[in-house]
Structure formats: C-alpha cells, structure tokens
Design a protein around this ligand. Sequence first.
Ligand SMILES: [Zn+2]
Length: 415
Amino acid sequence: MNIKKVNPVKGQTLLRQRNVSVVIEKIYSDGPITNRDIVNSTSISFAKVNTITTTLSKIGLIVQDGKEESIGGRRSALYNINHNFRYSIGCQLSHTRIHTCICNLKGEPLFYEAIPYNKEDGKDTVLKMLIEAIDQLIKKAKIPRDKYLGIGLSIAGLYNPNDGSAIPFPHLVNWGVVAFKDILAKKFKMPNYILNVANAAALAEQNFGVGMGKNSILYLNVGTGLGMGIILNGELFEGVSGSAGEFGHISVDDHGPLCECGNLGCLEAIASTRAIVNQAKDLIQKGVNSSLLDLTERDINKLDFDLICQAALSSDKLAYNLVDKMGQNIGEGIVTLINLFNPERIIVGGKIGCAENIVTPAMMHVVQKRALEMPRRNTEIVFSKMGSHSGTIGATVPIIDDFFKNKINTFIDEK
Ligand SMILES: [Zn+2]
C-alpha cells in the first residue's frame, strides 16, 4: 500500500513500527515470501524479521502459504497476507448511481451493488438511499461488525478533505455543502473517509489496477462527467482545497455548448458520454439516418452511451463519427496534460471503456501529432480494466492505508 501518514512516535517505537511497515509491505507486494527473502531485500536482521512475522502470524494478519521449493536442507515457510483479516466498505455517489462494495485488504470486492437514483428525488431521499444501501450490504455480507475498518465514500463533485464535507457537482446543483463525514459517522459509528470519485479511482488503479508500481499517474474518468485523479511522486495530489483535477472544465470552445458549471464549451460539455448522447439525439432529430433508431425501438429517450458504442462498433456512421470525434477531443485534453505533468502513465477509465477500440486510434493520432516529443515518449496511455468499479473500490484505499500505517500497531501492542 501507499503509506502516507506517520504518527508522532519516538526512538525505538518508531524504528519498530517502521520495520513492521517494511515487512508488511514486502509480504503484501511480494508474498508468498520467506523470512530469508525479506531479510535479503531489506536492511532488517533475520532475528527482527522472524519476531515480526511470528507476531503478525499470531495476530492473524499473515498466514503460512506453503513452503519454499527444496534447495537442500530445511524448507522455509512462505508467508502471505491474510487478505480477509479485515474488511472495508467502499461507496460511490456517481452522477446516476449509488455504488456500494465490501472489499478485503487486497481491494477485492466480495460484495458489490449499484442502484440507480433520480436526481430529481432531492437530497434527503438520495442520502437516505445511500444509508440504506450501506445498511443492506452489511446485512447481506453477514460479516461481524468488528471486522470492518471503516467506510470510504467517493463523490462526483467538490469536497473538502479537512472536514469531509462535499458539494456534489455539477449535476446536483441545489444540494449545497453536505456534511457526508458527519452523516456517516453518526449512522455507522466507524471511521470514514470522503474523497472525490476520480481521486478514488486513481488510488484504486495505483494500488490494484494498471497503475501498480507507477509513481506519477493521471487517471481520467470519462463518463457522464469528466474528472481527473492526480498521483504525483506516489502521493495523491488534491490541491489546496481538494478540487485539483477538474479536467472536464477546461474551456476548449468559447462558442461551445453550455456546461453544467455555467461556462460555455468546457471539455465535459463536448466530450463526456452525456454530451455524445445529446449530440446523437440532436443529429437524429435533424433527420440523419442511423441504426440507433432501431436500437432504441424508435424511442430516442432510450438512447444511452452503451447503445452508441454498440452502433459505432457495428460501423454505424453517425455513432462512429461521434465516438471518433470524442476520442480526438479527449486526445486534445491529454496533449495538455502530457505537456503540463510529464506523467509516467495516463489511465483512461469510466464509461468510455466500451469505445476503447475506436477512441484509442483517434486519441493517439492527436497526441502523436501535438504533444511535445520528449514527455510524450515517456508517457504510456492505457485503458483501465476496472471499469466504473474503480471509484468505489478506490474509496476503500484510504481506510486500508490507515490500517496498515497506524491501526496495525494497536493490534501488535495488544499482543
Ligand atoms: Zn464546465
């Protein structure tokens, strides 16, 4: 895990905690692994490693996972993390759905639910649905309450990392500032962490997805909205007030369509999945021929981005051109990001994933042509394999992080 917060401790305690963290990280990333292999790749003595793995085994955080291949003499035990030692709850309030999951320490979702909500239902109803969704998942999972480390909630919108409040934005304009942290704490009485959806997705990719092992990552969430999570030097960069990465509100066309933020011609108003659906509806209503009419049984209100993807992949000209242009526009945005950040990897995720085969060449053509050569040569652009789950799974990362960094010491001290 990417450990970032350090408790104020002194001398021997600090050294011991650091050793414990190093050993756990080694087992987490390289397990199954022997004590000897941990010693060989760290500067910790065999005696100390042996004491730490013995203690972690007693607690139950690590388990023996077979023995090493025989190379003569005694075969040493291989250790691995017991990923089901504790669990965390991940939630996502996206533009259209409430997602909930229960993940183990490896970020594997053991349970996952997504329920649609109607933004016209209003704040009180949707918040009630969120609480109910978490409640239902806890009941379904039948996991003892003390096995939960906490709840992580990611929000499509602006949030304040200092007090855990957020403004769902721009789709829920009348909600104002919502004290999500207080609401969850009051109802569930366990630690909770609030973050932005794109930031959560970036953390999921860095820890469990196609960003593993990378230190500078930009995660682009291209769906109904268009957001970005930024990982710099291995750490999440949130900006001074938590709103860094509002990539979708870069103004690209002064005469473009009105964005929900109030400005004209934001990238989100041109290249989000919602924008593409609106553009397709507009063209069909103007009489442009398309198989989308049959796919929606001639009810244009049924049109969504998945159907446009399906039509585009079947060579429907209208759908193909729209998705191709979407790729070019996202490519324009990526050019700016490459020039500004010089990132190791840009990960494209969200609903756009279904159009990967059309978007990629369109996007790459623009990037090859327009980005500065040196940063471009060092930036890989890949698609996420986690789909829209990353914003939910990633919400558990700060909870899991806090466990390995801080809470584990409480378990050890109790032994
Ligand atoms: Zn905007």
